[in-house]
Design a protein around this ligand. Sequence first.
Ligand SMILES: NC(=O)c1ccc[n+]([C@@H]2O[C@H](COP(=O)([O-])OP(=O)(O)OC[C@H]3O[C@@H](n4cnc5c(N)ncnc54)[C@H](O)[C@@H]3O)[C@@H](O)[C@H]2O)c1
Length: 253
Amino acid sequence: MRLKDKVAIVTGGASGIGRASAVRFAEEGSKVVVADLQQDGIDETVDAIRSAGGTATGVHADVTSASDVKAVVKTAVDTYGRLDIMFNNAGIGIPGTILDLDEGDFDRLFAVNVKGVFLGCKEAVPVMKAQGGGVILNTASQLGVVGIAGNVVYPATKGAVVQMTRCLAIDHAADGIRVNSLCPGPIDTPLTRRNRQASGDPEAALRSRLTQIPLGRIGEAVEMANVAVFLCSDEASFVTGAAILADGGWVAR
Ligand SMILES: NC(=O)c1ccc[n+]([C@@H]2O[C@H](COP(=O)([O-])OP(=O)(O)OC[C@H]3O[C@@H](n4cnc5c(N)ncnc54)[C@H](O)[C@@H]3O)[C@@H](O)[C@H]2O)c1
């Protein structure tokens, strides 16, 4: 019970890494607010937590909307009395070269992946500061740290998340707020399955990915959730401003 009696928000909690994290947080004793755009997925995550004996509430929210994000944080405070963990995890991927992507793709990627994190932090920090501390975890990517062919904007959004995280950590260390980014490598989620399908040859796309991963496999969402539990727990009390890679060794090559 490493998150016993904590209150956590997980954005993007209807699917993939967010769902696995919401479930793991609840298993570790946290009450969880699951925020996402997909109502069916929210309900499935909340049901999974409740049927295992945990405590969770769902909120339909778009992380690009300041008023939605404000409402998510208000739900946590109104329902459970505080906010200990803000996991800004919602994100989208639109791969492509500069020739493939248009202005709308750029704006959408930055709105969800960067502005969404900004708004989550903006709402969480005052609550955490007033209560004497908290933990913020922002999902970046190994592609926030290294480059890749054929994908120019998504990695730029994740680099922005890594940098925003570092600066927030410096600003709010004295408030008792730790802020880290989680940098997953390729993880088996609906996002990566969609990307592989969109490549036109999913088998070749998978083979090509595997050559880049020393561990020789795609990761599982629960493996990211386990890292998130650690980073959000008191066991990580001296970890802040860090970009934590959990990438099967991708960046080590
Ligand atoms: N899967 C990977 O290989 C991988 C690798 C590195 C980083 N990431 C990052 O991990 C995070 C989670 O990705 P995933 O693989 O679990 O993807 P996913 O598609 O399974 O889940 C993402 C969730 O975010 C939600 N979402 C998207 N836009 C939203 C918005 N505007 N408001 C609220 N919710 C929104 C989606 O509805 C979905 O439920 C993302 O930030 C992604 O960039 C994933």
